[in-house]
Design a protein around this ligand. Structure first.
Ligand code: C2E
Ligand code: MG
Ligand code: MG
Ligand code: MG
Length: 283
């Protein structure tokens, strides 16, 4: 009986795997169509300076307008894009679209920085430096207004290669941010050795900030460390005033989250920023 049961389990396990595999190859097939059919769009989420209470930047977040399934979030396709290598095309498109938008802002004297997520394959793939250099030139961007975000886990995949990449990219003058900080394993030594300009504290530490003593300790330790290393700091996923109060109390520079705004389409984002400017001028 035990053997029979085990056998069934294996079958179950296999069919789950097989169906996941079919799903992934379906997504991969559709991603090809999406790239050719321009089904992607960048949404922008504002970043707020907690001292001046002004918006100082935006993070570009990709959305997929799927012809049948509506708007898809990166969580449902970025991994497949990464594994299939399609992230190369998608990532290049993202960088270009973000730089084009940044150029428009600079043209209209809107002083915002643009944060762009890059995946490990893009970061270590060998074309990033060249690509960024070309885009900075083509769109006449102030290099420091472009900030590339890479997750802590991906950055630590190959420390030596990562150190070189960070050095090269920072020579171009662009900013580098470690995304989802606190979920990977980077030591103080690496942080000192990477020319990193910013750390983004992972959302998981912010969400229970006002109820978990541990998260409070971790967040204040990260803030103290960033200060010691002279690295700027953004807290991700700020949803409540209490979370914001705690963060400003610890001298955290910047915050991003639904408390201010979710990621918006470009026209809505511009309207949001304009409205905020007007409201501030009236006060
Ligand atoms: P991330 O870079 O850490 O981006 C922040 C994510 O948190 C975004 O999810 C954003 O919508 C969400 N978020 C922001 N504020 C809040 C909040 O207050 N509460 C909650 N619950 N969530 C909040 P999104 O857009 O679904 O993106 C997920 C991840 O996908 C990103 O995490 C990033 O790692 C990746 N990603 C997004 N766009 C791109 C891209 O263009 N290229 C690459 N390679 N990865 C991307
Ligand atoms: Mg990010
Ligand atoms: Mg993050
Ligand atoms: Mg993330």
């Amino acid at each position: 009986y035990a053997k029979k049961k085990q056998g069934n389990n294996i079958q179950l396990f296999n069919s789950a795997l097989v169906s996941a595999f079919h799903q992934d190859s379906e997504i991969e097939r559709e991603l090809h169509v999406a790239i050719r059919g321009r089904q992607f769009e960048l949404y922008y989420q504002p970043l707020r300076d907690l001292q001046t209470q002004q918006y100082i930047g935006a993070e570009a977040l990709i959305r997929w307008h799927h012809p049948k399934r509506g708007v898809l979030y990166p969580g449902s396709f970025i991994d497949v894009a990464e594994q299939s290598g399609l992230i190369g095309h998608i990532g290049s498109w993202v960088l270009e679209a973000a730089c084009k938008q940044l150029n428009l802002w600079q043209h209209h004297n809107i002083n915002l920085s643009m944060h762009v997520n890059v995946s490990a394959r893009q970061f270590f793939g060998g074309h990033l430096y060249e690509q960024v250099w070309q885009l900075l030139t083509r769109y006449r961007l102030k290099p420091r207004t472009l900030i590339l975000e890479i997750t802590e886990t991906e950055l630590m995949e190959d420390v030596i290669h990562a150190t070189n990449m960070c050095k090269e990219l920072s020579e171009l003058g662009v900013g580098l941010a470690i995304d989802d900080f606190g979920t990977g394993y980077s030591s103080m030594r690496y942080l000192k050795q990477f020319p990193i300009s910013k750390i983004k504290i992972d959302r998981s530490f912010i969400s229970d900030l006002t109820v978990s003593r541990e998260s409070q300790e971790i967040v204040s330790a990260i803030i103290a460390m960033a200060k010691a290393l002279n690295i700027s700091l953004t807290a991700e996923g700020v949803e409540t005033c209490e979370q914001e109060e705690f963060l400003s109390g610890c001298d955290c520079h910047q915050a991003q989250g639904f408390l201010y705004s979710p990621a918006l389409r470009s026209p809505d984002f511009n309207e949001f920023i304009n409205l905020e400017d007007k409201l501030r001028d009236e006060v």
